[in-house]
Design a protein around this ligand. Structure first.
Ligand SMILES: Nc1ncnc2c1ncn2[C@@H]1O[C@H](COP(=O)(O)OP(=O)(O)OP(=O)(O)O)[C@@H](O)[C@H]1O
Length: 505
């Protein structure tokens, strides 16, 4: 189970008809409901573990029950929550969110959006303590860093604001009060029809915007008659595929770059939140993270569903999605290597179409269980070696004192010395450490720029006052020369004298 307020899961969709027809192979090997084996960038088998892994036989209700039910219950208790689907185009993000259709699909295939709405109304209507309640919905998309109202397309550049009473909110976004799930779905289906789609060579109908469904709940309950407010934001992210793969140019290239930037910002925020004592969470790095600010951090709950294609031909993109998941939850999901002697064992994979085909490196269930049981327990020499490798790699790009600080942090976090949490993926750990350092520096630069701006403004005001004073002094000198008697500043208005700090008797 999750050890923080962020739950990270992976979902592999079934092979599509086209993939089956093309004899595409499956790129992972199931171990259990929390882990699977996947080839990494160096073509080595690695076990990845998450809070839960949903395989091709999982039901939509399994995903809802694990990821969303706690978030729905919390929202009714005034705690904000977020559910995010991440992955390349065609990996199953929208299917997980909406099912095949938001309005017309059978109970089995109904997606998270409909289930969350039904869950919310169920909680509100059946709670004996709740006396009055309201549920409001908004639906926006973020496209090229602009927030567009999907319920009113004339509002195409909404601003994100923050207030004490409302927290983070999208100023001017259409909010519709809803009384039941079917009312809500009617309105949401209008929003879905408005969702911007871009054309890429990969998928002509691939979504190039992030789509956000926002449900705000407010209710009064007995006996304290307190009003509680909570919100749930469901986010169907734009496809995470690499730009090169889509062969994009011009506007589509801009889309891809903006998407990559906001997805990195999201990763950095979740990563910072899963650190024991984050000193900086970079919410302001993108519109997406800014909107999610009070639904991701603090006491709120978040769930990330990393959607993957199961096919061998998409394995680099799936690995990238899996890596995103592991980076966002480093402590829980450190990949563990499989001992050499185990993955060299030649047994057929139950997922392979060709029983003799072992060059894909996947392991049979029996092998995998053996691999878990026979993990080498790392002795202190291994730890020292790994620690030194990690630190020397960090020294290449960071200052000595920063490396010392990071070392201290890693020890505090139990990353370096705890045998269960040893960082074996040095590259990934270095990348994360460097990202945090960069985020910290970016914030420092931001603060410095603000200070420079304030000083420049103050300087400008003083310069202006000095000019006025010089002008007055010059005119006073002339007047004094002309008139021998009378008040020196008799001709200067008192207000001007006060402005320059002179108080006449
Ligand atoms: N778990 C699943 N079970 C059955 N079919 C699925 C599942 N997941 C996805 N699919 C099917 O795979 C196809 C692609 O899925 P989907 O449209 O959800 O991808 P996506 O990640 O949202 O892509 P995009 O970024 O382009 O919106 C769809 O035809 C969908 O019905």
């Amino acid at each position: 189970m999750s050890n923080s307020n962020v739950t990270v899961c992976v979902r592999f969709r079934p092979l599509s008809h086209k993939e089956r027809k093309g004899n595409d192979k499956v790129c992972f090997n199931k171990l259990d409901s929390e882990s699977f084996v996947f080839k990494d960038e160096r073509d080595e088998d690695v076990i990845f573990s998450f809070d839960k892994v949903f395989y091709d036989d999982s039901e939509q209700s399994d995903v809802y029950n694990f990821l969303a039910v706690p978030i729905v219950a919390d929202a009714v208790n005034g705690i904000n929550g977020t559910i995010i689907t991440y992955g390349q185009t065609g990996a199953g993000k929208t299917y997980s969110m909406e099912g095949p259709s938001i309005l017309h699909c059978n109970e089995l295939k109904t997606g998270l959006v409909q289930r969350v709405l039904n869950g919310l109304f169920e909680c509100l209507k059946t709670s004996a303590n709740i006396t009055t309640w309201t549920v409001k919905l908004s639906m926006v998309e973020i496209y090229l860093e602009k927030v567009r109202d999907l319920l009113d397309l004339s509002k195409d550049n909404l601003q994100i604001k923050e207030s004490k009473s409302q927290g983070i909110f999208i100023s001017g976004a259409t909010e519709i009060s809803i009384m039941n799930g079917s009312d809500a779905l009617e309105r949401l289906s209008e929003g879905i029809a408005n969702r911007a789609v871009g054309e890429t060579q990969m998928n002509l109908a691939s979504s190039r915007s992030h789509c956000l469904y926002i449900f705000s709940v407010q209710h009064e309950s007995t006996p304290d008659e307190r009003v509680r407010a909570g919100k749930i934001i469901l986010v169907d992210l734009a496809g995470s595929e690499k730009v090169e793969k889509t062969g994009a140019e011009g506007r589509v290239l801009d889309e891809a770059k903006t998407i990559n930037k906001s997805l990195s910002a999201l990763g950095n925020v979740i990563n910072a939140l899963t650190t024991a004592k984050p000193n900086h969470v970079p919410y302001r790095d993108s519109k997406l993270t800014r909107i999610l600010q009070d639904s991701l951090g603090g006491s709120s709950r978040a769930a990330l569903l990393c959607c993957c294609s199961p096919s061998w031909s998409n394995s680099p993109e799936s690995l990238s999605t899996i890596r995103f998941g592991t980076r966002t939850k480093l402590i829980k999901t450190l990949p563990k290597p499989i001992p050499t002697e185990v993955y060299s064992a030649k047994k057929p994979s139950p997922y392979s179409h060709d029983q003799d085909d072992l060059h894909d490196g996947t392991l049979s269930k029996a092998d995998s269980i053996q691999s878990e049981a026979s993990y080498p327990s790392l002795d202190s020499c291994d730890h020292d070696y790994l620690r030194e490798r990690l630190l020397s790699k960090l020294r290449l790009s960071l200052k000595e004192e920063d490396v010392d600080l990071l070392e201290e942090l890693f020890v505090q976090e139990g990353i370096i010395f705890d045998p269960d949490k040893v960082v074996l993926d040095i590259d990934s750990a270095c990348h994360d450490a460097a990202s945090q350092q960069i985020a910290f520096l970016v914030e420092a630069v931001g603060e410095l720029s603000e200070t420079v701006q304030e000083l420049t403004d103050e300087n400008e005001t003083l310069r202006h006052q000095l000019e006025v004073a010089q002008e007055i002094a010059a005119r006073a000198q002339c007047a004094a020369a002309e008139r021998s008697g009378g008040s020196l500043f008799g001709f200067v208005p008192a207000a001007v004298l006060r402005l320059v700090g002179f108080v006449p008797d």
